[in-house]
Design a protein around this ligand. Structure first.
Ligand code: GLU
Length: 260
């Protein structure tokens, strides 16, 4: 009797499992993107050269071109894309809530983030660096002991810095332009961020300099919701990304935006 009951329960669970799987395939993210014929991507609007706006308010930058490449591959047209502005602080929320299908916004793969998010293969490696005023005497991270440093909230720098230099006074901002303006206004001795982001500011400004040392490796990747429905989307993006890397397309895009 007990054996029979177990058998029936097993059968019911297998049927339920089968139905659930069927629905999962129908509702997956890639299918829904293809049905809507539009890809929604979270991008930065103030982080040159990765994601920013031209003088007509058009989204431009390396991450924008990368998102267009993905749209072209999965929808056949690089313009079938909606760019949703995100910043370091709100990008995970915009992805989790479904406002965007994917993030392309200078986001590093980290073990903590991998607990709640899925990442594509990396497409660029940045490194944390220190930017100071040109006449500054600061030459390394240890010089910032008991001094003030500017960071952007939610970035990988925030966590690393607190554990490396416990006595540092951190001043946080929501966006990189705000952080940069604060450094220029003398609110702190240094600004710490990814070298590629700092370069976007320092390239046009002789009053600041980037110190030579790098304090981390920041592998940038496209970011996805960690859910079974987004698995096929992630696999497809990874395939396209791998091909673009092998064909040298990513290298050409980096050269276009002055990224090393
Ligand atoms: N790559 C770093 C991060 O993912 C900093 C860049 C950013 O704030 O977007 O936190």
């Amino acid at each position: 009797m007990i054996k029979k009951l177990c058998g029936v329960l097993l059968l019911i669970s297998l049927i339920l499992c089968g139905c659930w799987k069927k629905e999962e395939v129908i509702n997956d993210t890639l299918t829904s993107i293809r049905q809507k014929d539009i890809l929604k991507v979270g991008v930065k609007t103030d982080t040159p050269p990765f994601g920013y706006l031209d003088k007509n308010g058009k989204n431009i930058g390396f991450d924008i071109d990368l998102a267009k490449l993905i749209a072209k591959r999965i929808l056949g047209d690089e313009n079938k894309i909606v760019f949703v502005p995100v910043n370091t602080t709100n990008r995970i929320m915009k992805l989790s809530s479904g406002e965007v299908d994917m993030i392309a916004a200078t986001m590093s793969i980290t073990p903590q983030r991998q607990i709640i998010l899925d990442f594509s293969i990396p497409y660029h490696t940045a490194g944390q660096a220190i930017m100071v005023k040109s006449n500054s005497k600061i030459v390394s991270l240890s010089d910032l002991e008991n001094k003030k440093a500017i960071i952007v909230f939610g970035s990988t720098v925030e966590q690393g810095l607190r554990s490396n230099i416990p006595n540092i006074q951190i001043i946080g901002y929501k966006t990189y332009p705000e952080a940069y303006q604060a450094l220029k206004a003398g609110k702190a001795e240094a600004m710490i961020a990814d070298d590629t982001i700092l370069l976007g500011f320092a390239m046009k400004d002789k009053s600041v300099k980037i110190l030579p040392k790098r304090y981390s490796k920041e592998p940038y990747a496209l970011v996805f919701r960690k859910e079974i429905e987004s698995d096929r989307f992630l696999e497809t993006v990874n395939m396209e990304l791998e091909e673009a890397l092998n064909r040298g397309e990513i290298r050409q895009m980096k050269a276009k935006w002055g990224i090393n």
